[in-house]
Design a protein around this ligand. Sequence first.
Ligand SMILES: *Cc1c(COP(=O)(O)O)cnc(C)c1O
Length: 426
Amino acid sequence: MTTSSAVKYRDDMGVLSDRYRADFPILDQRAPDGHPLIYLDHAATSQKPRQVLQALEQYYAADNANVHRGAHQLSARATESFEAARTVTAEFVRAASPREIVFTRNASEAINLVARSWGEANLREGDEVLLTLMEHHSNLVPWQLLAQRTGCVLRHVGITEAGELDLEDFRSKLTDRTRLVSLVHISNALGCCNPLDQVIPAAHAAGALVLVDACQSLAHKPIDVAGLDVDFLVGSSHKLCGPTGMGFLWAREALLEAMPPFLGGGEMIQDVFLDHSTWAVLPHKFEAGTPAIGEAVGMGAAIRYLQAIGLEAIQAWEAQLTRHLFGRLQAIEGVRVLGPTPEQQSDRGALATFLVDGVHANDIAALMDASGICIRSGHHCCQPLHRHYGVTASARASLSFISTFEEIDRFSEELTSTIGFLREHG
Ligand SMILES: *Cc1c(COP(=O)(O)O)cnc(C)c1O
């Protein structure tokens, strides 16, 4: 990108960012020391715009009832709102039908669903599941439990010097025993965007299915499950401006049809006898018990909100912010940012995970918090990745389309003085 178009983006998108910031009431507060609150932890959970809060309030104030059962008007409206959220979610990922969207409590539950249902029905001793070293614990532990139950073998693709997926290692570990490749789209720690256009065709050619953990990509770039030709995709509402307690699994209808139920109970059955039952049609077969109705409605509102802004516009603006964040961090002595730089990978995620020579990440985060700057420190649910780098913790600043250049400047100034202080007194 030339300098002039970069400047143009900054002007155009800067206006866009300012406009949408006002939708987030939580940002309108000050830290105890009087500084404006700066939230740079969007990758841990996103903030919620007024439109989502209003959808929740509207649902509980006007429509609340249980779904799919009552003959009365409230139940009809609740069911309509709940199923409309499913349709919105299906359109968001370009699913062929809302029947392909299974609502879950979060992305972790969606992965557990695949591991328990598809995994137990299809994997035998010696079959392989190929994961990566950069996976979130949510995409490691369910497969460990599956391996204990079935005897399947877990293998892990390494990462390169630059902090990207090692495609050579991927190709060498992909064999005719590989039944599933399960990997993150954008890493919540490295921020790298994995080359699904190379991973998925290679996996299919080897006869394996592919699960994509899209938690960190859904709110930041357009996703098209058909275009990707993926088999399973999971997401989480709270990472895309929606409520907590809500997530989803997308899978092709034929695949879901062939899978046994995950949890048993109400909603997921057609007929129940004392000794056996028959299952409800998709996607209800996988949704036991009263679902998170209000949260689903809230997630639907969040998706509509993101769509109204436009995922392409969000992606372009966040790319500008990310370059600025990297520029500022790279200028601070002793700071090492993990993962590819925006120059190495232009579609990398809008976050920066970093280590500081001789200073503990938790101390940095605690001191920054005292100045009103919220960043994450710890292992970010990626302990094996941190072990690979020989550390137990790192610090992370993560952005959203409502982040600003000014916030990044204040963050980097505060970080510089915090590091100076800790070097002197730590
Ligand atoms: C947050 C996150 C998860 C877990 O999502 P939950 O909805 O909290 O279960 C999994 N993978 C990645 C990459 C994440 O960022």
